[in-house]
Design a protein around this ligand. Structure first.
Ligand code: PMP
Ligand code: GLN
Length: 379
């Protein structure tokens, strides 16, 4: 059988979680909260299921949830979008990314991707018949050199995928990055896929600059978010895409035949949550900043060098002073011998990276973070 994705194996997140379970290690590898979703969300889901709200939702999502998403966008980004034509509820950000990429990318098109990159972009581009063109960013600051991006442009370049706040680096794109992006989009007639799943998790008062805040940029963008990150419910696989009406028509044609619609009771519960407990979203940044700081402070006396995390629930650690192993070997050693699971950064790169950097997830209980730090401090 000739594989369409010959170079792909099992995702690093699944691999590391399996190893963590096998070795009963503290699992700071895969990005998911160790704590539960809010009570109201769980209660409402349960209620809707028991009340019999169990049939197909409209393909684009239930109106109340589309409205609540638009209200959140108006509150956060002062952009009044049209919920009917511009918002589609999806089965996680992963589905939204896949569908947006299929809608945009034609045979032979090139899509610019920044490495380290989230693992689902490249396979989705290739399945659409396109080719990902990688611009590598490196420790310690993962700054985008927009001149280097301009250099990889060709007449085949169709789109750029950005991810802010960025998994795995925790970097947030600033207003001047967005301005540079906009200039490229204009000059080369590009489209943008803006992966903003960690949009509400930013630290030290930093502002998330959404593609939704810039009217001109939004005209060329698919903006994607995930309720899994916002409501500690990664297992529900609920997310959404916001795009201008013209692009959304194409998005919906494909969404219709990938899933048709997403889990109805969850859509109702999420609409309630957004309407009744807006303080959850507003408190998320402080909630995670506490965890970032707890882990960072507990690692102060370790031999790891902590890289800055401006957002997301990830922290990068440079282990050059701890081990000479490469990052994949080091992560295997760490989970097997030390009992802590982390993710090697090189797997997020298309070309070899020799950075001695690992990613740890701090969406974990304080006790887990402190126990992990204690182990890491002994290395
Ligand atoms: N993009 C990024 C950058 C992510 O970290 C994740 C979550 N792992 C996703 C997309 C996918 O989100 P979801 O679980 O909602 O599909
Ligand atoms: N986004 C999560 C991470 O970066 C994992 C998602 C997954 O397992 N597919 O760890």
């Amino acid at each position: 059988f000739e594989s369409k994705l010959p170079n792909l194996g099992t995702s690093i997140f699944s691999q590391m979680t399996a190893l963590a379970n096998q070795h009963q290690a503290l699992n700071l590898s895969q990005g998911f909260p160790e704590f539960d979703a809010p009570d109201l969300l769980k209660k409402q889901l349960n209620n809707y299921v028991l009340e019999g709200v169990n049939q197909y939702a409209p393909s684009s999502g239930i109106v109340r949830l589309q409205q609540q998403i638009a209200a959140l966008i108006a509150r956060k980004y002062h952009n009044n979008i049209d919920y009917e034509q511009q918002v589609t509820v999806t089965s996680g950000a992963t589905e939204a990314l896949f569908v947006a990429i299929q809608a945009l990318v034609r045979d032979g098109d090139e899509v610019v991707v920044f490495d380290p990159a989230y693992d689902s972009y490249q396979p989705a581009i290739e399945l659409a018949g396109g080719r990902s063109v990688h611009v590598a960013l490196h420790a310690p600051d993962y700054q985008i050199d927009w001149h280097a991006v301009a250099e990889v442009m060709s007449e085949k370049t169709r789109a750029i995928i950005i991810n802010t706040p960025h998994n795995p680096s925790g970097k947030i794109l600033k207003a001047d990055d967005i301005a540079a992006l906009k200039a490229l989009v204009k000059a080369h007639n590009l489209y943008v896929i803006s992966d903003e799943v960690y949009e509400h998790i930013t630290f030290d008062g930093a502002t998330h600059v959404s593609a939704l805040t810039d009217t001109e940029l939004f005209e060329r963008s698919f903006v994607i978010s995930s309720f899994g990150k916002t409501f500690h419910s990664t297992g529900w696989k609920m997310g959404y895409c916001v795009a201008p009406a013209e692009l959304m028509i194409e998005f919906r044609k494909i969404h219709q035949y990938v899933t048709f619609s997403s889990f109805t009771p969850a859509q109702h519960a999420l609409a309630d949550m957004l309407e009744l407990e807006p303080e959850h979203v507003d408190g998320l940044a402080d909630f995670y900043q506490h965890k970032r700081d707890l882990l960072s402070n507990a690692l102060q006396d370790s031999r790891f060098t902590l890289l800055p995390s401006e957002g997301t629930y990830f922290l990068l650690l440079d282990y050059s002073d701890v081990s000479d192993l490469n990052d994949v070997e080091f992560c295997h050693w760490l989970v097997e011998q030390a009992g802590v699971a982390a993710v090697p950064l090189s797997v997020f790169y298309n070309s070899p990276s020799n950075d001695k950097v690992i990613r740890v997830c701090f969406a974990k209980n304080d006790d887990t973070l402190l126990r992990a730090a204690e182990i890491l401090c002994q290395l």
